[in-house]
Design a protein. Structure first.
Length: 224
């Protein structure tokens, strides 16, 4: 590849990195805002999370278009191909992270805040939210820095998220049995917990793609 073309190509790859990083930070911000809205009963903040989801969706489409254009025009190989392939995979997980933050915000909009304030399980839900938010932020940071150690930490922390989910689910089931009149709110909070569990899974996916970016191996299988 001529030097001038390589320079343009490298700039395009850097732009791709930058777009993914911004998208990841926006998705992390959406989680943080959704959980703050839940904690404070802030409906305006919840609405803003829902409204911003379409912006993140638009960035996803732009990233996908850029990746496919690079593949068709430049026919990348080796590490360049891994970078573009990683971007194509990661962008889906990041978009779903934003979607699930929006889903949590949607739930906040119709929660009975009087019931929420008396719900003992909320402390665990907030702690789980802090955990998965940290996982998402660390996974995005691992991508930006191509940090294998940070990616491995994210993957290891998934067990904590799963433990939170199991414990909170059991607590909610017991609460519904004791307070059937408040089952609707309890089930809404179960869905919040389920979305948080999925957010942790997507953070792990991002971390695994960081490992692939560095090694060419994804889940113990050599790809490229």
């Amino acid at each position: 590849m001529p030097t001038s073309n390589r320079k343009v190509y490298d700039e395009e790859l850097l732009q791709l990195d930058s777009m993914l990083a911004r998208m990841g930070h926006a998705a992390g911000g959406a989680i943080e805002s959704a959980m703050t809205a839940l904690k404070n009963g802030d409906l305006e903040l919840a609405r803003s999370v829902v409204a911003r989801d379409s912006e993140i969706n638009a960035v996803e489409h732009d990233v996908e278009h850029r990746c496919l254009t690079l593949i068709l025009r430049q026919q990348p190989v080796a590490s360049d191909l891994r970078k573009v392939s990683t971007a194509l995979k990661m962008v889906t997980d990041i978009e779903r992270i934003a979607d699930q933050a929006s889903d949590i915000a949607e739930i906040v909009l119709h929660l009975d805040q009087n019931v929420v304030k008396t719900f003992d399980v909320m402390a665990d839900i907030y702690r789980m939210g802090d955990l998965v938010l940290g996982m998402v932020k660390q996974a995005i940071g691992a991508y930006v820095q191509v940090d294998m150690a940070a990616a491995a930490e994210v993957i290891a922390r998934d067990d904590q998220a799963d433990a939170f989910f199991s414990r909170i689910s059991a607590e909610i089931a017991h609460y519904i049995a004791a307070h059937p009149a408040e089952a609707e709110t309890a089930l809404d909070l179960f869905m919040v917990t389920k979305y948080l569990e999925r957010l942790g899974d997507h953070a792990v996916n991002v971390a695994e793609w960081v490992e692939f970016l560095k090694t060419g191996v994804h889940k113990s299988r050599k790809i490229v």
